[in-house]
Design a protein. Structure first.
Length: 147
């Protein structure tokens, strides 16, 4: 089993999230919490709070980009073979509606070929508490051999 996935299963959602955000501190700015993590799927929750608001009082677009990159990265990490590594090289986003509630952030990659080197597009969808899509992203991950 992947070492990161083992760590997730051993630590649980909150402790795993804390470890990840200590390793990559910028993600702490949105106070995420992983809900699920497995090969081909990752989900996290982001609480709607003032510190991640824009001037309209809704969740800032860049806070959603931050959440999208985190969930796509961790899903990629637990999905690729042990001899490969990844790095995000691009992000295309669509802001579909004002994000006024807590958010659910999901990366789905069950259909992706995780053994293929090169660029892989990872889809991410963010929904509000009513299930409405407020944001979508495609995170392009460059997958290569470990050196």
């Amino acid at each position: 089993m992947n070492q990161t996935l083992e760590m997730y299963k051993a630590a649980g959602n909150e402790d795993f999230t804390k470890m990840v955000t200590e390793f990559a501190p910028y993600f702490q700015t949105i106070d995420p919490v992983f809900v699920d993590l497995r090969p081909g799927y990752a989900e996290l929750a982001v609480v709607n709070q003032k510190k991640i608001h824009n001037h309209l009082g809704t969740v800032h677009a860049i806070a959603m980009c931050n959440a999208a990159e985190l969930v796509a990265g961790m899903m990629t990490e637990v999905s690729i073979p042990a001899d490969l590594r990844w790095i995000p090289v691009g992000m295309t986003v669509k802001y579909l509606a004002k994000a006024k509630t807590d958010l659910t952030v999901v990366a789905r990659g069950e259909h992706l070929d995780w053994t293929k080197k090169g660029n892989t597009d990872v889809p991410v969808v963010i929904t509000d508490t009513g299930g409405k899509e407020v944001f979508t992203a495609v995170i392009t991950m460059n997958i290569s051999s470990k050196k």
